[in-house]
Design a binder for this molecule. Sequence first.
Ligand SMILES: NC(=O)c1ccc[n+]([C@@H]2O[C@H](COP(=O)([O-])OP(=O)(O)OC[C@H]3O[C@@H](n4cnc5c(N)ncnc54)[C@H](O)[C@@H]3O)[C@@H](O)[C@H]2O)c1
Length: 664
Amino acid sequence: MHSAYTGTVAVITDQEKRLRAAFCFEQGKIYTLQGANQIGKTLLVKLLTGAVRTAKSDFRVDGATVKFDSPASANSHGICAVYQDDDLLPTMRVDEQIALRHLTPSLQYFFELFVRFALLVLHQPLPAFSSAAHWVESHLPQRRLREQEIKKAAKELLASYSPDDASTNYVAHFTSRPSALSGGAKAVIKLVSAQLTPGLKYLFLDEVFRGVQPSVWPGIIRSLKNWAATEGIAIVAITHSEDEVVRWNPKQRLILREATNSEVVLEPIPPAFISRLAAGIPIRIGSYPVVEINVASESLKELCKDGPFHFLFDEKLKGQPPYRRLRETLNPVSETSLSGGESVKDWANYEKIALQLVNKSLRTDGCLVIIGGGSIINFGGFLAATLNRGMRFVLVPTTVMAIADVAVGSKTSLNLGAAQKDGRYLKHPIGLYANPDHVILDSEFLEWLPLDQKKIGLAECIKHGICQHKELWEKATELLKGSSGSAADWYEVAVETMHLKSDMLSIDPWETDESLILLYGHLHAHALERALKFDMPHGIAVYWGMLIDLHLAKDDRFDLLKSALLQGFGSDIQKVMMIEEVSRLGDDPDLLMEAYENDTKVQHKMDTGYSILILSPWGQQISREPRKKQAKKFSFDEIHTAVRDVSHFLGSGDSVAQHCSYRG
Ligand SMILES: NC(=O)c1ccc[n+]([C@@H]2O[C@H](COP(=O)([O-])OP(=O)(O)OC[C@H]3O[C@@H](n4cnc5c(N)ncnc54)[C@H](O)[C@@H]3O)[C@@H](O)[C@H]2O)c1
């Protein structure tokens, strides 16, 4: 285990209850702590950080027993808190207060500097002196900063809180007096002051974002997470906000709760409980474990011990060894098979399958295990989230796309309109956010997935590669261009993409259009899918969408993607990419416009133009909330021309450079 702050504590609370906690906070990890009002969260933080004492405690930092009699003595062990009732001196300038809090008296500073210098000099001729020098160094107080250093570091931290947004310029508060600041600005200053604690290892934040504008704190959390990861600091955030927990994406969610009438305990929140913790509030990624596991293993049984299990699975999996082994391990009480593909996600199908499950005595306390590609996962998730007013479910993704993109993120979806002969087909107008208890990944399923399906599913991996990660792009296009690749290679690319998506979700958990990377190419992809009545597989539509976006942005990566597709699908390209069908749409702007208009998400954008993400060159960090900086608007006419151009370039195999001059 890494360095950790561990221990136990027991105390009687104001409500005369016994509060008991056993804890372990590892350096560099994030934890959240929840619990009802008045249960004792603030008291616990004060106990752990020296503001309140109890005889019944056993605190250890990196294995060594420590005792604190004040917050300052906890600080000297690297433990610091931002308390709710912390206050700044109203009339003293912020920069001076921060400097005062951390400044060492000059004499002590120079003495410590002298000892450190002497150790360094002595160490050169006397290497044998090394262990003694190490001992002395480790017993010196943490090196403190001088006033100018403190002010500079504080300004840098404040600037990192809102790098892209000049309207929240915290640095401007730095020379103000707190009496002139809002509650939110004061909270931010207290945070920075705590971050500068010399030798800090464990930072406790007691509802620090109270009073801070909702548009601002997600950016501060992002900055704190980056800082904590770089500096190896553990953060324990106490909060009532589920949205805040999701953005912290904690290693562990803890809850302080009443165990009996007279006892309050601290414990990790079990995943099954998390999905019901806040009724009505969608809880997303970060709240449930994604586990790479062999489906036949004992540990799977241990993980999913809460049956009875009902399997909902893609019928193509039936004879496959990994499916059979999953069945032997979990021993389901019922099995319902479905054919994969977009048509499964239909409203009419919902009633049919729901009835089948109910007739197989699906119990309210049962667990639906959904095994299949993205379509069955979208569909099954919606069933589980709505049947019996929401029941437990586990996802087992079996395609490249399902592993890379669908099984993480909590969206469940149905399409609407397939039953109408010539009516509107809508993609995903029905759905809700719901989290599984677990996502189980087993690479063996990919051994059975046909090569063309793998290549189609790779589109979402290529999307992340093209937007964010040149190496992922290279690995993925190698697979696209090749004629095989082991299941392990495909799995590796899918899992790498899944991690990139998880990372994006901790910034944009709702998958709104804040994070345009997740939606790259998807405006056109969904329009084409609708216009072609869902005959076009989602992955193929995403390839088209990316080509159109790249072409609109006059991005050189257009040619790279086009040639990878030509090589990957070879002589089948016309058929697989449905080039003729898309060309026909290009000749019929009215039909195409209807498909764009039918997107519930973008309807209101018809007049002002559609936002398209303009990608940074590879290697340059793309802004993680690129909306304001990197999106450009395009009219429908421009998009229509691009659809026509792209189908022409793809159909003819021509390079775009033969027709247009792109940058460079
Ligand atoms: N965030 C989201 O909700 C999200 C993201 C991306 C895609 N999607 C959705 O996911 C779907 C596409 O996912 P997909 O490509 O996995 O499609 P899919 O579920 O239709 O599977 C593709 C094909 O592979 C077959 N199959 C599945 N697993 C197999 C295996 N192990 N061996 C052999 N055959 C197997 C299926 O029967 C199907 O014919 C679309 O409906 C798309 O809208 C959703």
